[in-house]
Design a protein around this ligand. Structure first.
Ligand SMILES: Nc1ncnc2c1ncn2[C@@H]1O[C@H](COP(=O)(O)OP(=O)(O)OP(=O)(O)O)[C@@H](O)[C@H]1O
Length: 640
């Protein structure tokens, strides 16, 4: 990976590749508590250690965790602050650059995540004596606003049981999270004008400390919730019209705790499963953002919805993974998740560089970088917004190439009225980012891939599709995930018919019939539309080639070959369906709403059979994960 670095306005170095990351993921190992220092044997090596292969210049760091119950494991993150590195250092290296972005019209978020007692509150909130990142940011923002005449306001909230409550103005009523054309509105959340740091301290510490005694008692029962602070910077023009310049969010997430491992002596709080669910939701959002997935599940919880305009789109976020200095199984869980999200971002960076390079090769472009984007967009326009190989085959590797006909709406910078102040700032940010990232993309990868920063808005289509269950670290579906609760009714009748057709197909296989008995199949066949597709190519392949070869193998091999053949048939049937079904039939399929159906039809006008393999489904805005999910579900229907 490119190790070239650029210096920010504050003398902090950031890798060029970091500019592509939505969420930078760093670790922080908490300092030892007095009690821990006493019980720690100074001669033994710590359970957690950080390796920086290239010193401070490392692109990433490796965190080695010694698990007494199993072998040591290592995890990679963007960076990790060790015990001796304290909050002011994290502030100047990580948060200060975000603060300066607020004044440029961007939103940003700093989120602390970790096991219980790992130092999240210490990092974000700190105390009057040892201010945390939020207070340090406030000092910086206030001093800058003093010079520019800008106004600072803050809001504090608490998310408890997926309900948002105002902390500065206590009331029974919960805060409502509304989305208005991509703008997140928090109805009922008070904003308080802050002019000095002492005013801020009084509001911030007093309000939160009501719920958080500074001296914690082990196994204490306190209300456990996520706590957030929003710092808004407003500018005031000559007509005294106030508009938001940017906002900076600080979130102190509730601690992760594995309930399965909790001792029976420790009273289990009823909110823990819900807390863990909401932590998974944050994880899923961060991973989707870093993996550059088209769909980001912001709608899974109130908290992720609240943060939508401050971690998605043109915003940037910092995730601080707080780690316990003494052995903690929950910290291993947390760091393995963080490492996965970090790697998702890296794979995306490498992937887009590779894709762009191969596109460049395919297009045979040899023009200098500056003119490449132009020539590319010209060819795209000529070809109706799609990229084509010279052979006429559509490329599937064009994550941004679909911008001319996005299935998911793309927020374009529109400068409308002064009422839309937040939109104004977002729009401005996006313009700036487009240029910045486009320039950066060209210098890092020397590519021709067009870059379109997007703020994905969830449409009704996405809501329908967004019912995929949240998964835990092992990819298991979480119990009672919102997706379970709202799981859509059984797959549409059309797919059931496909499944039935496939069941019918599967019958003759063990008999070793080389050509399908179409009469039998037709008799069992319930789907009139599919009668034409009773002898799919794949079936013949299975009979003649695979079945024959499998016959000679062990029962295991035979079974494998047949399963593989069935899988191929299922895929072929599904693709055939997408290539031929009417709009209404398409809309019956989970994941396909009005927009995707229109898009498919439009696609079919260009080419009679646009879907030749599952990869082609990416062109209707589905990610690999979503495609796999659909196929798994269809296959599951065979046995329902
Ligand atoms: N860097 C540090 N150096 C020394 N002590 C620390 C440090 N960070 C945290 N602590 C102490 O560790 C204890 C736990 O920290 P903190 O309350 O911030 O954890 P937490 O992750 O917010 O816990 P919870 O999940 O319960 O909210 C506190 O007593 C705090 O003062």
């Amino acid at each position: 990976m490119a190790s070239s670095k650029i210096n920010s306005a504050h003398g902090n170095s950031h890798k060029l590749s970091d500019l592509h990351k939505k969420v930078r993921i760093v670790g922080k190992i908490r300092g030892l508590l007095e009690s821990e220092a006493k019980s720690t044997d100074g001669s033994s090596s710590p359970w957690i250690s950080v390796q920086k292969s290239d010193g401070e210049l490392s692109d990433c760091v490796t965190i080695l965790c010694k698990d007494p119950t199993s072998s040591s494991k290592d995890y990679k993150l963007d960076y990790c602050y060790e015990q001796h590195q304290d909050i002011p250092e994290i502030f100047s290296r990580e948060v200060k650059p975000l603060v300066s972005r607020i004044f440029d019209g961007f939103n940003a978020s700093v989120i602390a995540y970790g096991a219980r007692g790992s130092g999240k509150t210490h990092t974000i909130q700190g105390s009057c004596e040892k201010p945390g990142l939020a207070a340090l940011a406030m000092v910086e923002i206030l001093s800058s606003c003093e010079e520019t005449g800008r106004v600072v306001r803050i809001s504090c909230y608490e998310v408890y049981h997926d309900r948002v409550y105002d902390v500065l103005e206590r009331k029974e009523q919960e805060v409502l999270v509304w989305e208005d054309r991509g703008r997140i509105q928090l109805k009922g959340l008070s904003q308080v004008h802050v002019k000095s740091i002492s005013e801020f301290n009084r509001l911030y510490f007093n309000e939160f400390d009501q719920h958080k005694p500074s001296q914690k008692i082990v196994n204490e029962i306190v209300r456990r919730s996520h706590k957030g602070l929003i710092i808004y910077v407003f500018s005031c023009d000559k007509d005294s019209t106030i508009s938001v310049v940017g906002k900076l969010n600080f979130v102190d997430l509730a601690g992760y705790e594995d309930t399965k491992r909790m001792s029976i002596d420790i009273p289990q709080l009823p909110e823990i499963p819900r807390i863990n669910k909401s932590l998974y939701a944050v994880e899923n959002v961060v991973r989707a953002l870093n993996a550059n997935e088209r769909h980001v599940p912001f709608r899974d919880t109130k908290l992720t919805r609240m943060l939508q305009d401050s971690i998605g789109g043109a915003s940037q976020a910092l995730m601080i993974t707080c780690l316990n200095p003494t052995f903690c199984q929950d910290s291993i869980h947390v760091i393995s998740w963080a490492s996965r999200s970090f790697q998702a971002a890296n794979l995306t960076c490498q992937d887009s560089a590779k894709k762009a390079k191969s596109s460049a090769r395919i297009m045979g472009l040899s023009s200098p970088p500056a003119s490449r984007a132009q020539s590319l967009s010209a060819s795209m326009k000529k070809l109706g917004g799609s990229l084509y190989y010279s052979s006429g085959k559509k490329t599937t590797n064009m994550p941004h190439g679909m911008k001319e006909r996005n299935v998911l709406p793309v927020v374009r910078p529109t400068l409308k009225s002064s009422q839309e102040s937040t939109t104004l700032s977002t729009a401005k940010s996006m313009e700036v980012l487009t240029l910045e990232e486009e320039r950066c993309l060209q210098s890092v990868t020397n590519t021709v891939e067009p870059f379109t920063p997007k703020l994905d808005l969830c449409t009704q289509d996405d809501v329908e599709f967004n019912l995929k269950p949240m998964t835990d670290l092992e990819g298991r579906e979480m119990e009672n995930s919102p997706a379970d609760l709202e799981r859509s009714p059984p797959i549409s009748a059309k797919l059931r018919e496909i499944a039935n057709a496939l069941k019918a197909f599967s019958t003759p296989i063990p008999l070793g019939i080389k050509t399908p008995n179409t009469d039998n199949i037709r008799n069992n066949h319930v789907c009139k539309d599919l009668t034409e597709s009773l002898t799919p190519e794949v079936r013949i392949n299975l009979r003649v080639d695979e079945w024959e070869s499998a016959k000679a193998g062990t029962p295991g091999e035979t079974f494998k070959t047949h399963s593989c053949g069935l899988k191929k048939s299922l895929v072929q049937e599904y693709l055939k369906f997408l290539n031929s079904a009417s709009k209404e039939e398409l809309k019956e399929i989970k994941g396909i709403g009005e927009k995707r159906a229109n898009y498919i039809l439009e696609f079919r006008e260009e080419s009679p059979e646009p879907f030749k393999n599952l990869e082609d489904l990416k062109e209707i805005g589905l990610s690999s994960k979503q495609i796999n999910g659909i196929m798994r579900q269809i296959a599951g229907q065979l046995f329902s």
